[in-house]
Design a protein around this ligand. Structure first.
Ligand code: 13P
Ligand code: SF4
Length: 427
């Protein structure tokens, strides 16, 4: 399996895709800066999701970075990194392109990167090669005086954007009207808010303020257990699939986890359904993981008898049920790294990570369940041109694209994040 970058490069050079290059959009061969002035998430899986008004936009990347060759950008990034030394730390999420991951000091899943952000107090600048909510989290957890930089401000997350503070606050008000606010005989409050890490700092702050907590895909079950010790029910946002898959694994039935549609009164439920609920699932999803289907798993099992199918828990429940295993990006990496015998793996997660695993573990056969190359359209927005631009600015003493969370929000969000950091991933 060749990397996404190599495929795109080959198409650029030859002018057309080959029969093996099934791309979800030919726009992928364009550089991200061609989309900076255009509203939307850019090419890739979530390009048809609706971007909220007011989502951060990236200004014009100076021409020298748009026209520099890959070799020149590589030389300039390495030089800037060398000059900055320990004053800089670069964090890279697994879904970043290879052309970025090679410069990262830490590569990991969201839980690990939230921890990593805290472990380098000497760094004046944390350059987060990931998406906006990850950079916000790093800023909340960073030391005073550290700046967190997101190389392309348009690198958001379409799923995180599906829940906003106003809709969650009004859902909460409706729920309080139905449940009241009095704890039961065991001292458990009627409902506890749990936000997935993939959410704005404002929502993390909401959880901090209302006795709630943040979870990631690696500790979601531990977090739900924490929430059920303190509450009779959970309002889980924004990812319905992670919420449903985790609650199902804990024995909660589909009837006990109704969907909350923020555009409908009572979220589209009756009062009785809400009273009977254990987990209310916000109507959010990840367009990258929604691409995976049980048909793809059936195909993989026919074509590769004995294949080990591992998917991310943001996939819909039937896909998680049909897979052999489900876990965070770190879980997937660890499972592949731990396999001692040559194994065939079909992976249901973002394509950059899968193609990198295939290159790094040639003793195994590793492929993406989805035959179409369709990266996360916001992770795609981080390109070496932007990295070179922010690093060279740091060398000159300028901080560009700083992500700062307002102190009033940061203080309550930190409470919910610290509860999450204490809830270690199971196993
Ligand atoms: P992980 O925490 O598993 O890295 O997931 C982050 C993410 O955005 C998955 O879509
Ligand atoms: Fe958001 Fe999905 Fe991209 Fe992860 S893969 S950053 S959840 S859109």
């Amino acid at each position: 399996m060749t990397s996404v970058d190599t495929t795109i490069q080959r198409i650029r050079l030859t002018g057309k895709p080959s029969s093996s290059d099934a791309l979800c959009t030919t726009d992928l061969v364009e550089s991200p800066w061609n989309f900076d002035a255009v509203p939307g998430y850019g090419p890739g899986s979530s390009m048809s999701d609706v971007i909220p008004t007011g989502a951060p936009r990236q200004g014009v990347l100076p021409e020298e970075y748009r026209t520099a060759s890959a070799d020149e950008l590589d030389r300039r990034i390495r030089h800037a990194k060398g000059v900055l030394g320990d004053r800089l730390v670069i964090l890279g999420h697994h879904y970043q392109r290879d052309e970025i991951i090679r410069y990262a000091d830490f590569v990991g899943d969201s839980f690990q990167l939230a921890n990593a952000a805290q472990t380098v107090p000497s760094a004046e600048a944390i350059v987060f090669c990931g998406v906006h909510f990850m950079a916000e989290t790093a800023d909340i957890l960073a030391q005073t005086g550290q700046s967190v930089i997101l190389p392309n401000l348009a690198a958001g997350c379409s799923m995180a954007d599906m829940a906003d503070i106003d809709s969650v606050a009004s859902a909460w008000a409706e729920l309080e009207r139905i449940y009241g606010t009095e704890p039961d005989a065991q001292g458990r409050q009627p409902i506890v808010p749990v936000t997935y890490m993939n959410s704005s700092a404002a929502l993390k702050g909401f959880c901090g303020q209302h006795g709630g907590i943040v979870c990631t895909s690696s500790n979601a079950q531990t977090v739900l257990e924490w929430a059920f010790e303190r509450g009779q029910r959970v309002l889980f946002f924004p990812d319905q699939h992670l919420g449903r898959n985790t609650a199902k694994a804990m024995g909660i039935t589909p009837e006990q986890m109704p969907l909350w549609n923020p555009h409908k009164p009572l979220g589209g439920n009756t009062e009785q359904q809400l009273v009977d609920a254990r987990v209310l699932l916000w109507h959010g999803f990840c367009s990258v993981h929604k691409r995976f289907t049980t048909d793809q798993i059936d195909r993989a099992r026919i074509d590769h008898p004995g294949v080990r199918v591992i998917v991310h828990p943001e996939c819909p429940m039937p896909v998680v049920d049909a897979a052999d295993e489900a876990g965070s990006t770190d879980y997937i990496l660890t499972a592949v790294a731990a396999a001692t015998e040559p194994t065939t793996f079909a992976i249901g997660t973002e394509i950059n990570m899968v193609s990198r695993l295939a290159a790094e573990y040639p003793q195994h056969t590793i492929f993406c369940l989805d035959p179409v190359i369709c990266p996360c359209s916001t992770m795609y927005r981080i390109h070496p041109g932007y990295l070179a631009w922010v690093l060279e600015a740091l060398v000159r003493g300028e901080v560009l694209n700083q992500i700062t969370v307002e102190p009033g929000v940061a203080s309550t969000a930190k409470i919910a994040l610290e509860r999450m950091l204490a809830a270690r991933p199971a196993g």
